[in-house]
Ligand binder design. Structure first.
Ligand code: ZN
Length: 441
């Protein structure tokens, strides 16, 4: 006899579909040559704007943003190193990582000794192309795998970098999903890396699907999504929105969310913000390995959001942190380095986090003298199923600590139960008049 097929949970199917959708988005964005400015960023944002009403902002070169200045705009059409027979021995068309980002234009024959000063390789990983930038020093260069480098035996080569570095604009994307209140949750990711999947495209894809998910749900908070070039983009946005930063109650930077490593949450500079407690709680119950790290002034744009003059409650959610894997900033961070199911699990944790922001509240037990008789009210029967025991336990925890001082998250933490279970208990008790919600402070 054939075994009876097991029913598959709808949420698992949804996660599979979301994983595939994020992977497909990454495949579409992968070939684009992005940098901190230029048409690659515009093209990336235009693709996102097909999915949701993304505002695309353009800020002119020379604009003062805090202690920085918006740089010249960089664009590139073609680049190569050609040997004497006309073969492109290093070819931008094969990989956009071959050119140092922000390389100034060059077109001339270059002696090998001089060329070598402009070449970057990774001898320890001879098949990988490194990713290098030169944003704030005008220079040119090529990145190539070490095997290619060793094969350069001629005395001189024809070098072309058909780029432009000129007055232009810095481009970033912003999506505001208005909620019932003007209190905001900030979600930010960087959009400035060329063909690198985990570092930049995974964050973009998870942010995009989180935005779509929130777009379909009722929202207490307003959600502001930023798709910005790293550092200079975040600084540009902060500089223009200083007067409104008090609205941001919680925030998260998304990066490196598609690899096979365990989850990492890096706390905000405050260290005890609600986002820090809520994300640690989500990860404790996510069923995968994870690590919660203290804030450090290194990493992604949490550096800017958490700088002491702003000190926003913004943490950073990742799998493998930057620079702890050899694939980081190399051609090995490609489509094989990330997995749809890894992206999907990352997205699920983001959804669980925003569910806490949306639902967390403090309640008051209306029958605090002795335990109210739950059986008489039929509350036990209502729960049923395999979660009966934890469900009943959650009712008791909610009743015991709904003294006006503890939120659902506090009670979930104290009981060791998942937020969702305690929240369900709170809803049941509220429906039976055994709790009242306290006015929000
Ligand atoms: Zn990076």
């Amino acid at each position: 006899m054939l075994p009876v097929p097991k029913p598959v949970e709808a949420s698992a199917l949804e996660a599979d579909a979301a994983g595939r959708e994020m992977f497909e988005l990454i495949e579409a964005l992968y070939p684009i040559c992005r940098s901190i400015t230029g048409d690659g960023v515009r093209q990336t944002l235009r693709l996102l704007a097909e999915r949701f009403p993304l505002m695309i902002h353009e800020v002119p070169t020379g604009t003062q943003v805090l202690d920085w200045t918006v740089p010249k705009e960089w664009n590139i059409r073609d680049a190569y190193v050609k040997d004497s027979r006309g073969n492109r021995v290093v070819d931008f068309r094969k990989s956009n990582l071959h050119v140092v980002s922000y390389s100034v234009p060059i077109r001339r024959r270059v002696p090998i000794e001089e060329l070598r000063e402009h070449l970057h390789t990774l001898p320890e990983h001879p098949d990988w192309i490194p990713y290098r930038t030169s944003y704030y020093t005008e220079n040119w260069g090529f990145c190539l795998n070490y095997t290619q480098y060793l094969a350069l035996r001629e005395k001189e080569y024809d070098v072309l970098i058909d780029s432009s570095l000129a007055e232009g604009r810095l481009t970033y994307g912003e999506l505001l999903l208005a909620g019932e209140t003007t209190d905001e949750v900030l979600i930010s990711c960087h959009v400035c890396h060329p063909s690198l999947c985990n570092d930049n495209l995974s964050g973009i894809a998870v942010a995009a699907l989180l935005a779509e998910h929130l777009g379909r749900t009722r929202r207490r908070y307003s959600y502001r999504f930023l798709f910005v070039p790293g550092t200079i983009g975040a600084l540009t946005w902060l500089s223009a929105h200083e007067a409104e930063l008090h609205k941001i109650k919680h925030g998260l930077v998304l990066a490196n969310l598609g690899d096979r490593g365990p989850f990492t949450y890096k706390k905000s500079r405050r260290g005890n913000a609600e986002v820090d407690r809520a994300m640690a709680h989500v990860l404790r119950h996510c069923g995968e390995d994870y690590h919660v790290a203290e804030f450090s002034p290194y990493g992604y744009d949490e550096r800017q959001y958490c700088s002491p003059g702003f000190d926003l409650p913004v943490g950073c959610f990742m799998r493998t942190p930057e620079q702890t894997r050899p694939e980081y900033h190399t051609s090995a961070d490609d489509l094989t380095f990330i997995r749809p199911e890894r992206l999907a699990a990352s997205l699920e944790n983001c959804k669980s986090l925003v569910a806490i922001f949306e639902q967390n509240a403090a309640y008051l037990n209306t029958h605090p003298k002795g335990e109210p008789q739950l059986g008489r009210r039929g509350i036990y029967r209502k729960l049923g199923g395999p979660d009966l025991e934890t469900g009943n336990l959650a009712l008791l925890w909610m009743l015991s600590f709904s003294d006006g001082r503890s939120s659902v998250l506090d009670i979930a933490e104290r009981s060791g139960l998942p937020f969702r279970t305690v929240q369900t208990a709170a809803t049941t008790l509220l429906e039976h008049g055994l709790l009242t919600q306290l006015a929000e402070s």
